[in-house]
Design a protein around this ligand. Structure first.
Ligand SMILES: [Zn+2]
Length: 448
């Protein structure tokens, strides 16, 4: 038979093995993975010398700043990401269900790749009552913040318990921004009184100890409420120590970190002022090293980008500047460069941390997450021998900066296929807006 697309000669990557094989794609799905080199296709792609990875699934994106639902999907796919899971934030006064409905409609209209949603609660006591209805719309994971009280974002323990109780009963998962918010607010007030240099002392306003306390409290309240907890963007050795304690006790918790914590330190970023201001802070070399050890030993389940580029300049007032940076397009090459080239992990771990684990945790498995017959034909052809330099100019984000500006990386996305369609070829974006589909999730059931 003749396939729609055949990929020849690549090294196909699974969490447990790498094999040299051909992939036959029929329509939108993988039909065959075989050592038979005689497969024929209407389109044949030569992947000799390259790895073929499952399409990257980014569990942590914010398409509401410089990159919207359309733009974020574009910059994501150019970085090998074929599924994005956005945080749909319902701000105070907004209806969670209405926000989710709007995001599903808008995403279907403009996204070039498939997407799912986490619901985000800011007025948690009230909005939590809408959670059962959100489940009916295909949204089964929800995010709350333990920090940023002054922005009106913080959920207190009472409301968090209520949210986790409802989500736990429905059979979903709660993601928590875990930092001790009110103690941080006190520290910041004290620093304001002292007229402190916030740029110089940024780490004091987002300390590792606050992360550790937040992780423990969030997960233990989840335990009380029989609700699995997902901790996004773990940034510190202290946070990891608590995570190790929790996982050693068999507690149902998931851990995510981000490329900015794996590739950068605050010392290296300091001279870039507010551009490096992200929450939680990017910490020290010791923290970065601890994160790689944790990735290697399997303490970290997923890697997400926390892509949230804001309109800011290096010369802006540091204290006033918003948190966030563009990360989604550089995520895979950064993790590859520091992780695989750096000797911490193998390509197999990339397939687990950036695709299969994420699909299983979010409950979009087995449609997504692995290069098996029957699964969606989402994949990245990755050239490990191509070296390139990150500049904001060669990225597809609307941000005019990158935290990795000027960094030379070895390994580059060469082609991206989304549900059988070639959507990125070299530097060229070939996607079509609105072809992305909304994915219902069934989050929090897998325990790896
Ligand atoms: Zn985030």
């Amino acid at each position: 038979m003749q396939y729609d697309v055949v990929i020849h000669g690549g090294l196909i990557v699974y969490p447990e093995k790498t094999i040299r094989a051909e992939i036959g794609i029929q329509g939108t799905v993988i039909d065959r993975v075989s050592s038979d080199t005689s497969l024929k296709g209407k389109r044949e792609i030569d992947a000799e010398g390259c790895y073929v990875l499952p399409g990257i699934i980014d569990p942590h994106t914010h398409p509401v700043y410089l990159d919207d639902l359309d733009g974020l999907a574009r910059t994501a796919v150019c970085g090998g990401v074929t599924t994005v899971i956005h945080y749909a934030y319902a701000k105070p006064g907004q209806s969670l269900v209405q926000i989710i409905q709007e995001w599903i409609q808008d995403g279907m209209r403009v996204s070039c790749i498939d997407f799912a949603l986490h619901g985000g609660l800011f007025e948690t006591s009230k909005q939590a009552d809408e959670i059962p209805e959100a489940f009916g719309l295909g949204v089964t994971s929800f995010k709350v913040f333990m920090a940023y009280a002054k922005l009106g974002w913080m959920t207190d323990d009472y409301a968090m318990a209520k949210c986790m109780d409802i989500v736990g009963r429905q059979g979903g998962m709660v993601a928590v921004h875990a930092e001790t918010g009110l103690a941080i607010d006190y520290i910041m007030d004290r620093m304001l009184e002292e007229k402190a240099d916030f740029a110089e002392r940024f780490l004091e306003t987002s300390p590792d100890i606050a992360e550790a306390e937040g992780v423990f409290r969030a997960v233990y309240i989840g335990r009380l409420m029989h609700c699995p907890v997902y901790i996004p963007h773990i940034s510190s050795a202290e946070g990891l120590a608590v995570m190790r304690f929790l996982k050693d006790r068999g507690i149902h918790v998931y851990a995510e970190t981000c490329p900015q914590y794996l590739g950068l330190t605050w010392d290296a970023l300091k001279n870039r002022g507010p551009l490096g201001k992200v929450g939680p802070s990017i910490k020290t070399e010791d923290d970065r090293f601890a994160l790689w050890q944790a990735v290697r030993e399997g303490l970290i389940d997923t890697i997400g980008s926390d892509h949230a580029p804001k309109d800011k300049k290096a010369t802006d007032n540091f204290f006033e500047a918003p948190y966030g940076s563009p990360e989604v397009e550089t995520m895979l090459p950064v993790v590859w460069h520091y992780g695989v080239n750096g000797g911490y992990i193998t390509p197999n771990e990339i397939a687990a941390l950036m695709s299969e684990n994420t699909a299983r945790i979010m409950g979009i498995w087995p449609q997504k997450g692995r290069l098996d017959p029957g699964a969606d034909a989402d994949m990245v052809i990755f050239d490990p021998s191509c070296s390139w330099t990150v500049t904001s100019g060669n990225q597809h984000t609307n941000a005019t900066y990158s935290l990795f500006e000027g960094t030379e990386l070895l390994g580059r996305v060469s082609m991206v296929i989304s549900r059988g369609e070639l959507v990125v070829e070299g530097d060229e974006y070939l996607g079509i807006e609105g072809r992305g589909q909304f994915l219902s999730t069934r989050a929090g059931h897998w325990q790896g």
